[in-house]
Design a binder for this molecule. Structure first.
Ligand SMILES: C[S@@+](CC[C@H](N)C(=O)[O-])C[C@H]1O[C@@H](n2cnc3c(N)ncnc32)[C@H](O)[C@@H]1O
Length: 196
């Protein structure tokens, strides 16, 4: 297989498990929130903000997919073979390496991290632009379990929602992507970005 890493990935040492949800529960949450279908599992997938890579681990152990790469900013991966420590805003992968880029519940965390640097919108925009860079033409990015509904919340969550909309308004100027949103539940939206 083609080497998709730009440089050798850092070795993942720490395999602490930090979530109480079972691998199966996490996998099911990915499937529901990202509307994953059997066809999607035929594709080469990158999971950004994967935490302990439970999604990839379950898919591999149950022979659903061996082609899921995982990246998280913290060194806590369980699926060593295709796991990397790194940040969403500087992905260590070549252009157009994946068919499907997914990220579940990670954009709010990226926003929290970005807040300390005072560059909230810029870092979310950088992260999404990186996702667009590494996905192949004809491929798709799905960002799940995010909140996009304006004016429903106060304070911090509303600031986060406003920041995401500011970034999406900028990204809509690009001609190589199509952005669409979908309500999964009253508190949960799915953002799809197709690369054309
Ligand atoms: C709420 S957890 C979601 C984990 C997993 N996707 C799930 O749904 O079970 C968010 C994850 O995003 C990671 N994260 C936060 N900022 C990140 C960044 N800038 N780049 C990559 N991962 C990041 C955190 O370390 C954390 O593991």
């Amino acid at each position: 297989m083609k080497n998709i890493f730009e440089s050798p990935p850092p070795v993942v040492e720490n395999i602490d498990k930090e979530t109480e949800d079972s691998d199966e529960e996490v996998f099911q949450k990915y499937v529901e929130s990202l509307e994953l279908t059997p066809d999607d599992f035929e594709k080469q997938i990158l999971d950004i903000g994967s935490n302990t890579a439970q999604f990839a681990k379950y898919a591999k152990e149950h022979r659903i997919s061996k082609e899921i790469y995982s990246i998280d900013i913290r060194p806590a991966s369980l699926e060593r073979e295709k796991s990397v420590v790194g940040s969403a805003e500087a992905l260590p992968f070549q252009n157009e390496s994946f068919d499907l880029v997914v990220s579940l519940s990670a954009i709010p965390n990226i926003y929290i991290g970005a807040e300390f640097s005072g560059r909230r919108e810029q870092i979310i925009q950088q992260a999404i632009e990186e996702m667009i860079r590494v996905v192949r033409k004809g491929g798709e990015i799905r960002l799940g379990n995010i909140r996009l509904e304006k004016d429903r919340e106060d304070g911090y969550i509303q600031n986060y929602i406003t920041a995401v909309h500011t970034v999406l308004d900028q990204l809509r100027k690009r001609e190589d992507i199509i952005i669409s949103t979908q309500k999964i539940s009253p508190d949960e939206d799915l953002l799809r970005i197709q690369k054309v």
